[in-house]
Every structure is written in structure tokens, then in C-alpha cells.
Write a protein that binds this ligand. Structure first.
Ligand code: AMP
Length: 471
């Protein structure tokens, strides 16, 4: 199947050809035609599946149609508010969707797109919201500030997209989403994209969607076929550092995204890696948005080879040159593992996802394996094998015990290459016990600036308490 058969306007098929896409992905094939017909959709799709284009292209088709019929648009009494509203859980994802919109909309004459996210000054956003808009991409919290301040009117919204709806609900945005949906016309089209529609996401879908077409492209447990997974057991923190250093010294690492559990770990690890000569930076929700943008830009442009990040980077980052994802600290939730590793193996490339775990991480490894219904193959690096017996994950998928005993086969990366030099043998002197104070307790929302509760900011807004959120 080619993009020409989907019913898209020539301006859009030209743009996807420019982007180098030979054919639509599964989710695009299944979602674009009914979306163009105006149907509500509930799309269960895994990361890296091409889901963004599956809603951005139909959204842009509305803009193309309106450009072709300006008299029709005027007759409806539009006031210039956005025709399409996309809600995303994080700033990074919102910016990613905005980037995709400008790529797919490059041949749409005079396309007007605005992004409204938290953590950046209001002034530029207010300017963008003043003029007529085609597409508005927003995180819920900041959008509500603008709506309540009377700076943004959603009466013209024809298509509402909730991207990564499960994540938005995880972040406590459910009341915000209801509020925003209530500000848009009832007759709108609604597309909801989520890794899962179980539980409260499914209930929200029932509330917001009318006779939706359910498209289930990949279950939420799917990990990408192009991503090879590997698990290295470490005796302790110093051993984990040695494994990380070895992996990062590999020449096959084009760019690596290293995940930590906490913001402080991200900063400390980035400092240590910079100290041994890596082009590295950290990224987490405690940094001002401007700095986060510069770091991501440095990654995209290839100025950085290593990015050390918290789960703020687990979704939305789309840099095809990320060849390795390394879990230095484990995620809080098993599903975040799938999102993390989905940062590699993108756009048809293959990727390697390596998890470094200590014995105390066995419970989470077990939960991840149960969630993905597949074992993470255990590997060792020559000279860096664990000396202690490693945990046995008895009830792992398929019931196969794994991880017991030392040294099982070599890893793809071949012989030892240590950033710090040396003869490649593991040096026991580096096994100094790491003080656990490095692992600060995680707060449920430790990764985003906490907003003070807001009550009806600005004039004319509905008074309503804002739930705790980030974005
Ligand atoms: P997404 O799941 O929307 O984050 O997209 C994942 C990656 O797939 C992005 O790098 C897109 O540029 C790329 N992509 C989207 N659609 C296609 C396609 N039809 N062919 C090849 N790559 C695609």
C-alpha cells in the first residue's frame, strides 16, 4: 500500500515523500482513512509505530480543505481559534508533535501552528495565540491557564487529539482533560491514542468518544522487533559504573541515552562521564525548559554522544541516531521500560537496549518481564562478569530461571574496551561499596516542576482547582 491510496491531499503525500517514507506504517494504513471520514478513533499503538503521522496527516487535511474553501470557513462564523487541538502529556512530546506537524505540513500554504507548554515564558505563547491558528499543540496545564485567562478560545476546534492518553492520566491530568474537552464543541471529532485502554483510560474514552473505531495495532506490552534487549547483572554500583563505561567506550555507540531513576543521579552521572571525556549532558524535569531544549538540540545535531536522563525523556524523543538505550537506574513502572527502550530502533534502524541491574532490582526486572511477556536475555562482558550469584527470576516468562550463576556467553560488543583504559580485566579496587544516599527516594512527581494550585487565573475563567500536574 502507498500513501497515494489513503485519500490524502497531494500537499501531504508530497511531504511524506520528502520525509523519505516509502509506505504508510500499519497504524497509518488503518487510522488515516477513517480519520479522514471524520470518525472518532481509539488507537492503541506502541511507541515508534508512526502514530504521530496517523493523526497529524488527517488533521492537516482539514487545514488543506479549509484553505481550498475560504468562503465556507467564513460562513461558519469561525473566530480564528485552532481548528485542531492536540493534547500531549509532556513538553517534549508536544514539541515532537509540533515538529512532525511542520514536517508533514511543509506544503500547506500559510500553516499556522502554535505550541503551548509549561515551563516557558508566557509572552511568546500569548503572541502565538493572538493570531488565527490552524493547529494548537499543548500540555493540559498551560493550556488551561491560557483558556482561563481568556487568551485562548476553543470554540472552533473541529478535531481534538489526546496523544498518549494513558500517560496524561498517570500524570493526574484527567480533570484537566475533561475541562478542556468541555471547552470544545460537542460536534468535534476526537482521536485518542494510548498504549492501553485498560481501566480509567478506557472509561475516559467512553466519555469522550462517539461510536469510536477501535484500532489496535500493537498491544501495550509490545517491544519493538528492531530493539535487541540485554540484561547485565552488576555486583554493586562500582561494578555498574564499570559496565557502563565499557559499553559507552564501544565504537558502535553512535548516540546513547542513559536513564537514571532520579534527577540527582542524572546530574552526578553526567558529571562523572564528562570527567572521563564523554560529550555528555543531563536532562530532567528540574531544569529550565530553555536548557532542556538546548540539550535536546545538542543531541539532535550530534554535538552530544551521551544523554543522561530521567523518565522525562522516556517518551517523545525521536532521534534516529540513538543506537543505545542504557538503563542505569530502573524505571518506577514496568511500562516505562517499554517507552524508554523505544527511544532506540527508530525509523527502521536497529537498536540495543541494555539494562544494568543489581540484585535489589530483581523485583522490578521480574515485573518488566511479566509486563512485556518476554525475558530480557542475560549477558556478560568478558572481564566484567558478576562475581556474586545473580538473582534467579523463577517466575519469569516461560518459567525459565535466568540470571543464576556467573558468566553466560559474551556480549555482542566483543572484547573489553574501557573508557578509563586498563587491561580490560575487572578491577576489584573499583568495587568500593557505593553509599545508598546517591539514590534519593523518588517522589511520584519528582520529575516536573510542581505548580502551585491555581484558582481561576486571569479574567473570565471558570473557577476550578487545578490538580497537581506537570507539563
Ligand atoms: P512515532 O511513532 O509517530 O513517534 O514515529 C516514529 C518514527 O517513525 C519517527 O521517526 C517517524 O519519522 C517515523 N515514521 C513515521 N511514519 C513513517 C513511515 N510511514 N515510514 C517510515 N518512517 C516513518
Amino acid at each position: 500500500m502507498s500513501f497515494d491510496t489513503l485519500g490524502l491531499a497531494p500537499a501531504l503525500t508530497r511531504a511524506v515523500t520528502d520525509a523519505g517514507y516509502a509506505r504508510p506504517t500499519d497504524v497509518q494504513q488503518r487510522a488515516i482513512p477513517p480519520a479522514l471520514e471524520g470518525r472518532d478513533l481509539r488507537v492503541a499503538s506502541s511507541t515508534g509505530s508512526g502514530k504521530t503521522a496517523s493523526f497529524v496527516l488527517p488533521a492537516l487535511q482539514r487545514v488543506v480543505a479549509a484553505r481550498a474553501d475560504p468562503a465556507g470557513a467564513r460562513a461558519t462564523g469561525r473566530i480564528g481559534g485552532p481548528r485542531v487541538l492536540v493534547l500531549a502529556p509532556t513538553r517534549e512530546l508536544a514539541q515532537q508533535v509540533a515538529k512532525a506537524t511542520s514536517i508533514y505540513g511543509r506544503h500547506v500554504p500559510g500553516l499556522r501552528v502554535a505550541t503551548v507548554v509549561g515551563g516557558v515564558p508566557y509572552a511568546a505563547q500569548l503572541k502565538a495565540l493572538r493570531g488565527p491558528l490552524d493547529v494548537l499543540i499543548a500540555t493540559p496545564g498551560r493550556l488551561i491557564d491560557h483558556v482561563q485567562g481568556g487568551k485562548c478560545v476553543l470554540d472552533d476546534v473541529e478535531l481534538l487529539v489526546l496523544d498518549e492518553a494513558d500517560r496524561m492520566l498517570d500524570l493526574g491530568f484527567i480533570d484537566d482533560i475533561r475541562f478542556i474537552a468541555g471547552c470544545t464543541p460537542k460536534a468535534r471529532q476526537t482521536v485518542m491514542v494510548s498504549a492501553t485502554f485498560a481501566g480509567h483510560v478506557g472509561r475516559l474514552a467512553n466519555e469522550l468518544l462517539r461510536d469510536p473505531l477501535a484500532i489496535d495495532v500493537a498491544s501495550h506490552t509490545d517491544t519493538h522487533a528492531d530493539i535487541e534487549q540485554r540484561l547485565h547483572w552488576a555486583d554493586h554500583g562500582a561494578h555498574k559504573d564499570a559496565l557502563l563505561d565499557h559499553l559507552l567506550a564501544g565504537r558502535e555507540v553512535e548516540q546513547a541515552l542513559v536513564f537514571t531513576s532520579t534527577q540527582r543521579d542524572a546530574d552526578e552521572l553526567a558529571d562523572r562521564l564528562a570527567g572521563i571525556g564523554h560529550r555528555v549532558a543531563s536532562l530532567h524535569g528540574g531544569m529550565p525548559q530553555g536548557r532542556r531544549n538546548r540539550v535536546l538540540d545538542g543531541l539532535r545535531r550530534g554535538h552530544l554522544r551521551v544523554l543522561v536522563a530521567t523518565d522525562v525523556a522516556a517518551r517523545g524523543i525521536d532521534v534516529p541516531t540513538i543506537s543505545h538505550v542504557i538503563n542505569y537506574g530502573l524505571p518506577m513502572k514496568a511500562e516505562d521500560y517499554v517507552h524508554r527502550i523505544g527511544r532506540t530502533g527508530r525509523a527502521g534502524r536497529s537498536g540495543l537496549a541494555v539494562t544494568l541491574a543489581e540484585a535489589r532490582d530483581a523485583g522490578m526486572i521480574h515485573r518488566i518481564q511479566r509486563f512485556t511477556t518476554q525475558p530480557i536475555p542475560v549477558a556478560t562482558l568478558p572481564g566484567l562478569e558478576p562475581k556474586r550469584a545473580t538473582p534467579t527470576l523463577r517466575s519469569g516468562p516461560g518459567g525459565r530461571p535466568q540470571g543464576h550463576g556467573p558468566a553466560r556467553g559474551g556480549a555482542r560488543t566483543g572484547g573489553p574496551r574501557r573508557a578509563g583504559g586498563g587491561d580490560g580485566r575487572f578491577d576489584d579496587r573499583r568495587h568500593a561499596p557505593r553509599h545508598d544516599a546517591r539514590r534519593e527516594p523518588r517522589q511520584p512527581f519528582a520529575d516536573g516542576p510542581r505548580r502551585a494550585p491555581a484558582f481561576g487565573r486571569g479574567a473570565g475563567g471558570t473557577r476550578r482547582p487545578a490538580p497537581t500536574r506537570r507539563g
